[in-house]
Design a protein around this ligand. Sequence first.
Ligand SMILES: [Zn+2]
Length: 412
Amino acid sequence: MAAPANSRIVFDLQTAGEGTATGGGNNGSARIGRFANARGGVSFDTPSFVAQTSRGAVPHLSGDNLRDHTDVKVAYVALEDFIEKPHGNVPVCNHPSTLRDFISHPSNSLLMLAPRRSPPVTTAASNTDASLAILTSVGFRALKVDDYFNAVLKLRPDIAISPSDLPHQTPGKNRGPKMVFRTELWLGELINRNASNISIFAPVLPLDIERQSYYLGYLKEHISSLSGLALYDARLAVDLPSDLEGLPRLSLDQAQTPHQVLRQVSWGVDMLDLAFLTQMTDAGISLTFQFPGEASGKKEALGVDLWKKEYGTSIEPLAAVCKCYTCRKHHRAYVQHLLTAKEMTAWVLLQIHNAKIISNFFTAVRESIARCTFEEDCKIFAETYAEEFPEKTGHGPRYHFPSVGPRGALLI
Ligand SMILES: [Zn+2]
């Protein structure tokens, strides 16, 4: 069944740059916008963040917790998470319904589908003209690009990210043009086959703008078929052609800290895929930062490690100003007790809290851009908080899915 013709995402760029509420846009400056599903189900303001999922779930959160206790508006789902055996056995594709139904995702947030996780694990093999090298839960294999398109059309996510040809190493003289050729070819095929009018985000490759200028020209020609851009190098937001500035920009260039988030926002990025939300939760670290903060001469930590003994008797909330479910109902000592007991509720409570801290951070960032004080506020934030998150000292959750090392080795 085809989706209604008006189901595409609408992005309304509201303010462009410091002090210029023009409704247009300037590259290279922070901007605010409104992102809405044209069916009216979900709308939210940008800059904002995208939550990662593991096999279809935001880690530690059930659908009702995600819906009732977080402000997550977009979840990133990787098809490779669902491919377990050679062809013909992709459970999510054999299901008679959509991705949303398959993973029981709540209706108040959007689903974004991509072939690979973000950031993708380096694979042993390379991509070809017709396939992507992927890592499934049982090892490396190839995913035909055609199979990805079939999955998009069948699963009908709210947003589909078109495949991109990303090599493992910095591309040389010949590899760059091949990346551009394949990425454009695949995008063209997805556009042609998109009879269901699914919102498509076109990749912007991690190459100099000049090296992909023909491809960017192709994006301009097909702008009516696109709903956004997925940037693998966030700095390119500064140099994008002005014809593309009305499209929302998703950064898949992982910001590792809130400082890096601010840098990307200042380049004109609208949405950021953030891995550190779950990384901090897994480590038992409760985020405590606010934007812009109050510089006091001594740098404050971005979070606290709740494994530390000093919190064993603390009846303070996880962060003093936080009003999330966890902070309203529980205290640090209780969460530490759950952590040491390896009780999975510890990570549920931490994930709810950490997601709220990040939502509040983005709300304050938007207010700051609207007030035209963003640049100043970023300086205050830099003076207030440490550059890095606290060192991880504790143990992760015992039911954690095996993580993957930098070379693709499974670490169990
Ligand atoms: Zn909280």
